[in-house]
Design a protein around this ligand. Structure first.
Ligand SMILES: NC(=O)c1ccc[n+]([C@@H]2O[C@H](COP(=O)([O-])OP(=O)(O)OC[C@H]3O[C@@H](n4cnc5c(N)ncnc54)[C@H](O)[C@@H]3O)[C@@H](O)[C@H]2O)c1
Length: 256
């Protein structure tokens, strides 16, 4: 038996680094999954990869901008139409911004709040009736180590990640005991995004590696699968007594 056998899960940002690793692991563990992402090309290749790596995966891809409130109902309706239930919601879609707060533009604030925070709120609201019906519903909100450990230059992002932890705790309170709600706080996780950003800034792989080596106890970047495993645990019945938590998966960054 897989650890998510019989469950239906939605993963937003499902074509990205952590989202696609999570979707794939969930599939391997027996879940029927819905990946949601606004990047149609990337979604296409992630689905193709999953279908060749996992025998008979039950997976639906939805191309949608989760920052648009109207898509939340459509995502829930399509999931119920395809699989008839929702047991797990992983709110994971995220964007970054690199404006110091002194220069932060209204346009950037609105964009990052709508994806990193409001999309979590909209999709959660629409999915809650089905999650309550599940009887073992679990929401995992992807925050960041920087919710607790802010830095200069990414204030807007860090504010949204702190907001996710706060939203998680309030929701856990409001939805107990029927739906468990937890946050996961990844540290530096190496994805295609970071590879491309390093290339754009002409930074060598050595420089990129050195950055992670000096900022966490484990002295390296995480692989997206190392974040997918704690998400899997929080989503599964193995974490049946865990709610309102913010699980650090940051290689020990907080104590440095
Ligand atoms: N990678 C890290 O180091 C790290 C660290 C801490 C937290 N996180 C968080 O983990 C989550 C996943 O990050 P990742 O590293 O996999 O990033 P990523 O950029 O690889 O993936 C993010 C995905 O979200 C999708 N997305 C963005 N806006 C969207 C929208 N409006 N509608 C639908 N899809 C949208 C993107 O297309 C992309 O596929 C994010 O919330 C991020 O903040 C990442």
């Amino acid at each position: 038996m897989g650890r998510l056998e019989g469950k239906v899960a939605i993963v937003t940002g499902g074509a990205g680094g952590i989202g696609s690793a999570t979707g794939r692991l969930f599939c391997e563990e027996g879940a029927r999954i819905v990946l949601v992402d606004r990047d149609a090309d990337q979604m296409h290749s992630v689905l193709a990869e999953m279908r060749s790596a996992v025998p008979n995966p039950e997976v639906l891809g939805i191309v949608a901008d989760v920052g648009e409130e109207s898509f939340a109902k459509r995502i829930v309706d399509d999931t119920l139409g395809a699989f008839g239930a929702i047991d797990v919601l992983v709110n994971n879609a995220g964007i970054r911004s690199y404006e110091p707060l002194a220069d932060a533009k209204a346009e950037t604030w609105h964009a990052i709040l709508s994806v990193n925070l409001l999309s979590y709120a909209y999709l959660t609201r629409e999915a809650l009736p089905a999650l309550r019906r599940s009887g073992r519903g679990s929401i995992v909100n992807v925050s960041s180590t920087h919710a607790f450990n802010p830095r200069a230059g990414m204030g807007q992002y860090d504010v949204t990640k702190a907001g996710i932890v706060s939203m998680t705790r309030t929701l856990a309170f409001e939805e107990a005991p029927h739906v468990r709600v937890n946050a996961i706080c990844p540290g530096a996780t190496f994805t295609t995004f970071h590879k491309r950003r390093a290339e754009a800034l002409s930074r060598s792989q050595e420089e990129v590696d050195r950055e992670a080596a000096t900022t966490c106890l484990l002295r390296r970047w995480a692989d997206p699968r190392e974040i997918a495993y704690p998400i899997l645990w929080l989503a599964s019945d193995e974490a049946s007594y865990v709610t309102a938590s913010a699980l650090m998966a940051d290689g020990g960054r907080l104590v440095i």
